[in-house]
Design a protein around this ligand. Sequence first.
Ligand code: SF4
Length: 382
Amino acid sequence: MSSLIVNSILQSSDVQLKLIAQKVVDAERISDTDALWLYKYGELSVIGALANYVRERKNGNYTYFNRNFHIEPTNVCIFSCKFCAYSQEYKHKEDGWELDIKQMMDRLRKYDGQPITEVHIVGGVHPKMDVHFFGDLLSQIKAHRPELHIKAFTSVELDYMFRKAKMSIKEGLTFLKEKGMDSIPGGGAEIFDEKVRLEIAGDKCDSAKWLEIHETAHQLGMRSNCTMLYGHVETYEHRVDHMSRLRNLQDKTGGFQTFIPLKFRNKDNNMSHINESTLIEDLKNYGVSRIYLDNFDHIKAYWPMIGRSTAQLSQSFGVDDIDGTIDDSTKIYTMAGSEEQSPTLTTEQLVELIANSGRIAIERDTLYNKLHVYDYAKPQLN
Ligand code: SF4
């Protein structure tokens, strides 16, 4: 079906669209100008067809998920990103939460005997939780459950803890890797454009540092993810610039596993006057990113952020991964007003959600090794 639509796009009288479609069919990289054109003038149906073509060439009819849970050590944070509804200032820390290592290990032990493959650890930047505190946490997790993949700490958290410990990025990452950190999540990227970043997240690690931390992690043999916070004050040019910096780094290292667009939510933050992006805009954004990021294997829709229905739709707009079971273990998006206020899906529900989208679910581990194929998809009416 997707090839038929793409063939008809190739016959389009619009020269620019025809050019982009031809590049997609030839597996040729589209330019920044092409991506900008798609954002500005591309019809959603056309973007969807092209993105789906790329998605199916890379990942067939499969959609990935994993069995995971989150540990959020604290929401106390020294930074004050305007879009954040999650953080608590240090001077009011009693209104937030601060978990000690025993409390975090108790959370981990809840999953003893369950086939979870990943723990995702991120939180606020707490001035008293340093690299040694987290090193101790990582060691204890590995001692308790050696096979569990630990994906931990955004570049924002890492930058602060390394600076405080007077460690270089390489020294800090090596230290945490030896303690048990396996990979790095993609948070904290927001928007790389320096002016916009200054406006919405002025006091935390800058774009160059974010990219340097990921590049160093890749050089040390760790994989990582990357994100883009969209739908606030940025323009389409800023989105393309952001993805261009990621695509360039990926050309250099090949260390990114997946790109995760993150939708700006406007509840209880200092940007509440800004309307959220529409569903059409969300789907368009998935689609353009799938077409543009030719050197990325996966595009992820994070279902706790966009809700289950959009996660289903997104799979026709380039997405091939909808994250994991979560088990209501993250508050980052629920506190910002996302549809999912207690994000938990059983494996059966995730498989069903994917099958109902006409795709075949694959359970993966963090590194996209295929653990189990749930070999059925429900036929779609069209
Ligand atoms: S987004 Fe992260 S760094 Fe920024 S205030 Fe919130 S918790 Fe802190």
